[in-house]
Ligand binder design. Sequence first.
Ligand code: K1U
Ligand code: ZN
Length: 176
Amino acid sequence: MALREVLQFPDKRLRRISQPVVEITDEIRELAREMCDVMYDEPGIGLAAPQVGEAIRLVVVDTEWTKEDAERSPLVLINPEITEPEGSVVWTEGCLSVPDFEAEVERAERIRLRALDLDGAPVDILAEGLQAVCFQHEVDHLDGILFIDHISRLKRSRYVHKRKKQLQRDEEEALV
Ligand code: K1U
Ligand code: ZN
Protein backbone atom coordinates (compact mmCIF):
# COMPACT_ATOMS: atom_id res chain seq x y z
CA MET A 1 0.00 0.00 0.00
CA ALA A 2 1.19 3.54 -0.75
CA LEU A 3 2.74 5.43 2.14
CA ARG A 4 0.75 8.24 3.73
CA GLU A 5 1.84 11.74 2.73
CA VAL A 6 3.40 14.01 5.37
CA LEU A 7 1.64 17.40 5.49
CA GLN A 8 3.96 20.34 4.95
CA PHE A 9 4.05 23.83 6.44
CA PRO A 10 1.96 26.02 6.02
CA ASP A 11 -0.84 23.40 5.81
CA LYS A 12 -3.51 24.53 8.28
CA ARG A 13 -4.22 20.96 9.41
CA LEU A 14 -0.86 21.06 11.25
CA ARG A 15 -2.36 23.77 13.50
CA ARG A 16 -5.35 21.79 14.79
CA ILE A 17 -5.61 20.62 18.41
CA SER A 18 -5.76 16.83 18.29
CA GLN A 19 -8.42 14.86 20.13
CA PRO A 20 -7.70 12.10 22.69
CA VAL A 21 -7.99 8.49 21.57
CA VAL A 22 -11.05 7.10 23.38
CA GLU A 23 -10.79 3.47 22.24
CA ILE A 24 -7.84 1.54 20.81
CA THR A 25 -9.46 0.03 17.73
CA ASP A 26 -8.04 -1.87 14.76
CA GLU A 27 -8.16 1.43 12.89
CA ILE A 28 -5.84 3.02 15.49
CA ARG A 29 -3.50 0.00 15.32
CA GLU A 30 -3.41 0.26 11.51
CA LEU A 31 -2.74 4.03 11.67
CA ALA A 32 0.16 3.43 14.12
CA ARG A 33 1.62 0.82 11.71
CA GLU A 34 1.32 3.21 8.77
CA MET A 35 2.91 6.05 10.79
CA CYS A 36 5.90 3.83 11.65
CA ASP A 37 6.31 2.99 7.94
CA VAL A 38 6.32 6.72 7.11
CA MET A 39 8.76 7.56 9.94
CA TYR A 40 11.29 4.95 8.80
CA ASP A 41 10.83 5.80 5.12
CA GLU A 42 11.27 9.59 5.40
CA PRO A 43 13.52 9.01 7.44
CA GLY A 44 12.70 10.44 10.86
CA ILE A 45 12.94 9.65 14.55
CA GLY A 46 9.35 10.56 15.37
CA LEU A 47 5.99 11.30 13.78
CA ALA A 48 2.69 12.64 15.14
CA ALA A 49 -0.73 11.71 13.74
CA PRO A 50 -1.60 15.30 12.68
CA GLN A 51 1.42 15.20 10.33
CA VAL A 52 -0.44 12.56 8.32
CA GLY A 53 -3.74 14.45 8.56
CA GLU A 54 -5.25 12.65 11.57
CA ALA A 55 -6.13 15.03 14.44
CA ILE A 56 -5.77 12.43 17.19
CA ARG A 57 -3.34 12.14 20.10
CA LEU A 58 -1.06 9.42 18.79
CA VAL A 59 2.68 9.61 18.16
CA VAL A 60 5.42 7.17 17.20
CA VAL A 61 9.05 7.63 18.27
CA ASP A 62 12.27 5.70 17.67
CA THR A 63 15.34 7.75 18.47
CA GLU A 64 17.75 4.79 18.32
CA TRP A 65 17.14 3.12 14.99
CA THR A 66 19.56 5.24 12.93
CA LYS A 67 22.52 4.21 15.10
CA GLU A 68 24.86 1.56 13.72
CA ASP A 69 23.60 -2.02 14.32
CA ALA A 70 20.42 -0.77 16.03
CA GLU A 71 17.14 -2.64 15.50
CA ARG A 72 13.90 -0.85 14.74
CA SER A 73 11.96 -0.58 17.98
CA PRO A 74 9.20 2.04 17.69
CA LEU A 75 7.37 3.39 20.71
CA VAL A 76 3.69 3.89 19.94
CA LEU A 77 2.34 6.45 22.41
CA ILE A 78 -1.36 7.09 22.81
CA ASN A 79 -2.61 10.20 24.64
CA PRO A 80 0.94 11.12 25.73
CA GLU A 81 1.38 13.62 28.56
CA ILE A 82 4.58 15.32 29.64
CA THR A 83 5.23 16.29 33.26
CA GLU A 84 8.15 17.04 35.58
CA PRO A 85 10.26 19.12 33.14
CA GLU A 86 13.76 19.70 34.53
CA GLY A 87 16.72 21.71 33.30
CA SER A 88 17.12 23.07 29.82
CA VAL A 89 18.97 22.01 26.71
CA VAL A 90 19.43 23.56 23.28
CA TRP A 91 19.01 21.07 20.43
CA THR A 92 19.17 21.55 16.66
CA GLU A 93 15.79 20.30 15.49
CA GLY A 94 14.26 19.51 12.14
CA CYS A 95 10.72 18.51 11.26
CA LEU A 96 9.34 16.33 8.49
CA SER A 97 6.56 18.94 8.06
CA VAL A 98 8.93 21.92 7.86
CA PRO A 99 11.08 21.21 4.81
CA ASP A 100 14.63 22.44 4.31
CA PHE A 101 15.07 24.01 7.73
CA GLU A 102 16.80 23.28 11.02
CA ALA A 103 17.12 25.53 14.05
CA GLU A 104 18.24 25.49 17.66
CA VAL A 105 15.36 25.11 20.11
CA GLU A 106 15.46 25.30 23.90
CA ARG A 107 13.65 22.41 25.59
CA ALA A 108 13.49 20.78 29.01
CA GLU A 109 16.50 18.50 29.46
CA ARG A 110 14.58 15.80 31.31
CA ILE A 111 10.89 15.02 31.34
CA ARG A 112 8.47 12.31 32.39
CA LEU A 113 6.18 10.95 29.68
CA ARG A 114 3.05 9.01 30.47
CA ALA A 115 0.92 7.42 27.76
CA LEU A 116 -0.82 4.20 26.76
CA ASP A 117 0.62 1.61 24.40
CA LEU A 118 -1.35 -0.20 21.68
CA ASP A 119 -2.58 -2.78 24.23
CA GLY A 120 -3.89 -0.01 26.47
CA ALA A 121 -1.13 -0.64 29.02
CA PRO A 122 0.37 2.40 30.78
CA VAL A 123 3.76 3.65 29.59
CA ASP A 124 5.84 5.72 32.00
CA ILE A 125 9.24 6.92 30.76
CA LEU A 126 11.79 9.21 32.40
CA ALA A 127 13.48 10.64 29.33
CA GLU A 128 16.55 12.76 28.73
CA GLY A 129 18.67 13.88 25.80
CA LEU A 130 17.35 13.33 22.27
CA GLN A 131 14.45 11.16 23.46
CA ALA A 132 13.22 13.93 25.80
CA VAL A 133 13.57 16.51 23.00
CA CYS A 134 11.75 14.28 20.52
CA PHE A 135 8.86 13.60 22.96
CA GLN A 136 8.43 17.35 23.48
CA HIS A 137 8.53 17.99 19.71
CA GLU A 138 5.91 15.29 19.01
CA VAL A 139 3.55 16.29 21.83
CA ASP A 140 3.76 19.87 20.53
CA HIS A 141 2.42 18.60 17.18
CA LEU A 142 -0.68 17.31 18.99
CA ASP A 143 -1.34 20.87 20.17
CA GLY A 144 -0.75 22.41 16.72
CA ILE A 145 2.69 23.73 17.72
CA LEU A 146 5.68 23.50 15.35
CA PHE A 147 9.33 23.85 16.38
CA ILE A 148 9.52 27.12 14.42
CA ASP A 149 7.12 28.58 17.00
CA HIS A 150 9.96 28.25 19.54
CA ILE A 151 12.55 30.29 17.56
CA SER A 152 12.96 34.05 17.25
CA ARG A 153 10.41 36.02 15.23
CA LEU A 154 13.17 37.11 12.84
CA LYS A 155 14.38 33.56 12.12
CA ARG A 156 10.80 32.36 11.70
CA SER A 157 9.80 35.15 9.32
CA ARG A 158 12.94 34.54 7.22
CA TYR A 159 11.99 30.86 6.96
CA VAL A 160 8.33 31.64 6.16
CA HIS A 161 9.46 34.03 3.39
CA LYS A 162 11.86 31.43 1.91
CA ARG A 163 9.19 28.72 2.06
CA LYS A 164 6.57 30.91 0.34
CA LYS A 165 9.00 31.74 -2.47
CA GLN A 166 9.79 28.03 -2.89
CA LEU A 167 6.09 27.16 -3.07
CA GLN A 168 5.56 29.91 -5.68
CA ARG A 169 8.45 28.55 -7.76
CA ASP A 170 6.99 25.01 -7.47
CA GLU A 171 3.62 26.31 -8.70
CA GLU A 172 5.17 28.17 -11.63
CA GLU A 173 7.18 25.10 -12.65
CA ALA A 174 4.03 22.96 -12.49
CA LEU A 175 2.38 25.29 -15.05
CA VAL A 176 5.20 24.95 -17.63
O1 K1U B 1 8.10 15.19 14.08
C1 K1U B 1 8.86 15.16 13.13
O2 K1U B 1 8.72 15.93 12.19
C2 K1U B 1 10.01 14.19 13.10
C3 K1U B 1 11.32 14.85 13.50
C4 K1U B 1 11.52 14.65 14.99
C5 K1U B 1 12.60 15.44 15.67
C6 K1U B 1 13.83 15.66 15.12
C7 K1U B 1 14.81 16.36 15.80
C8 K1U B 1 14.57 16.82 17.05
C9 K1U B 1 13.33 16.61 17.60
C10 K1U B 1 12.35 15.90 16.93
C11 K1U B 1 12.43 14.19 12.69
O3 K1U B 1 12.64 13.04 12.78
S1 K1U B 1 13.41 15.18 11.64
C12 K1U B 1 14.60 14.04 10.99
C13 K1U B 1 15.64 13.64 11.96
O4 K1U B 1 15.79 14.22 13.01
C14 K1U B 1 16.54 12.51 11.63
C15 K1U B 1 16.44 11.81 10.45
C16 K1U B 1 17.32 10.77 10.17
C17 K1U B 1 18.29 10.43 11.06
C18 K1U B 1 18.40 11.10 12.26
C19 K1U B 1 17.53 12.15 12.54
ZN1 ZN C 1 7.87 17.69 13.55
